[in-house]
Design a protein around this ligand. Structure first.
Ligand SMILES: Cc1cc2nc3c(=O)[nH]c(=O)nc-3n(C[C@H](O)[C@H](O)[C@H](O)COP(=O)(O)OP(=O)(O)OC[C@H]3O[C@@H](n4cnc5c(N)ncnc54)[C@H](O)[C@@H]3O)c2cc1C
Length: 371
């Protein structure tokens, strides 16, 4: 059997790539050694967010968010797409001082946003503690339920002829993919979308970044937006220390998803009670009513972090091997944009935004594939 494209990994990124390639007419196989969408995709928060750490990050998140908006009317109800907006909150005047510069960046990029006074913030989210210095609202950001969204992408890909194979890939290079049972599959191109698992690409400088989340029982109407502290940006930038930040999400069920934490150098998937407690204390410090809610499940997941915090999207030195990896905390958001950019590249179509900032060639490596 010969394929145009073999995608390794059926997380949200691999499933989005399969959908883009298959619906464009390519003959696609997607290979998953576990259950589709059960790894980091099932652990993520599903916040579709425009982020401005760098111009390249803003370009990709804004482009990807726009693709999610286009998809929204056709997503199944199980994807729980909700354009609830992101409400960034400023704890003090120092954080609020950065908001006007942030708003200028968003306005220049054509992204709607507004600055909220403390009173308007309090009426937008009455459960927030009093005394906050204001907020920054990005109304068109959204949330989804990631595993159901990935399943939808996979189903669309399968409806366009994609073959899903359950197997572990042990080698991917030079137009062929070797499975653990020694089967060799031939293909025009290979897309490696294995998330935080870099066993096929061991020389890539991708580090696992552990995160905790907790979901509560149902409290409909307690919060209305994805609410994030502006200090989140500082904590997300830390490359070494453990950090927690206030980041809460309203689910359509009335549940509240509470995040988030970041830890390097901890590959243990178990809950770290110290980090979980710090994360919840932080959330309660912003929304005191959270002290009285019931948490029903807590879990962890691993983000795949690159040194420059941008994903790796595009061809490697082995021109048959492409990467779609290194999405850190933005892989749900950026799955749509990354998949479209890769399909554009494979099909020699023009792209809406340049692929250049995300090309793997910026990270000098002798080999990407495990030879
Ligand atoms: C706590 C937390 C909160 C997050 N919140 C958000 C958020 O709000 N918004 C956002 O945009 N992002 C968020 N993220 C990030 C997001 O979840 C990830 O970036 C995204 O899920 C990565 O998807 P993926 O498809 O690359 O990886 P994965 O979902 O990990 O999928 C990779 C797949 O590859 C398979 N695989 C690996 N190796 C092989 C092999 N050799 N052979 C066959 N199959 C293989 C695995 O089994 C897996 O299914 C969060 C992450 C965490 C941990």
């Amino acid at each position: 059997m010969h394929y145009d494209v073999i995608i390794i990994g059926a997380g949200i990124v691999g499933c989005a790539c399969a959908r883009e390639c298959a619906t464009a007419g390519l003959k696609v196989a997607i290979i998953e050694h576990h259950i589709p969408a059960a790894a980091t995709t099932a652990a993520g928060m599903g916040h579709i967010v425009t982020m401005d750490d760098s111009p390249a990050q803003l370009a990709l998140t804004a482009y990807s968010r726009g693709l999610w908006q286009q998809l929204a009317p056709q997503l199944p109800a199980s994807a729980e797409y909700e354009a609830c907006g992101t409400l960034w909150v400023a704890a003090d005047d120092e954080e609020m001082a950065g908001v006007s510069a942030k708003q200028s960046v968003y306005t220049a990029a054509g992204i709607a946003s507004s600055t909220l006074s403390p009173d308007v913030l309090a009426s937008a989210e009455p459960a927030l503690r009093r005394g906050l210095s204001g907020g920054f609202l990005v109304p068109d950001d959204a949330v989804v339920y990631p595993p159901a969204s990935a399943q939808y992408f996979l189903q669309q890909a399968q409806a366009s002829g994609t073959v899903l194979l359950q197997a572990r890939v042990i080698r991917a290079a030079n137009h062929s993919v070797q499975l653990a049972d020694a089967t060799i599959l031939h293909t025009g191109k290979i897309i490696i979308a294995t998330g935080a698992d870099i066993s096929l690409t061991p020389t890539l400088p991708i580090q696992k970044r552990k995160g905790h989340l907790l979901i509560t029982d149902r409290y409909p109407g307690l919060i209305h937006h994805q609410i994030v502290e502006l200090g989140y940006l500082k904590s997300a930038h830390k490359l070494t220390a453990d950090s927690v930040a206030f980041n809460v999400q309203p689910r359509q069920t009335g549940q509240i998803l509470i995040g988030s934490s970041r830890q390097y150098g901890n590959d243990d998937p178990g809950l770290d009670q110290r980090i979980l407690a710090a994360m919840l204390e932080r959330a309660i410090s912003y929304i005191p009513a959270l002290a009285r809610v019931s948490g029903i499940r807590a879990w962890t997941g691993f983000r795949a972090a690159t040194p420059d915090k941008l994903p790796l999207i595009g061809p490697t030195e082995d021109h048959s091997v492409f990467l779609a990896m290194g999405f850190e905390g933005l892989g749900i958001t950026n799955a749509t944009g990354a998949a479209r950019l890769l399909a554009d590249h494979l099909l020699l179509r023009p792209s809406a935004i340049p692929l250049t900032p995300y090309l793997p060639e910026r990270i000098k490596q002798e080999a990407y594939a495990h030879a």
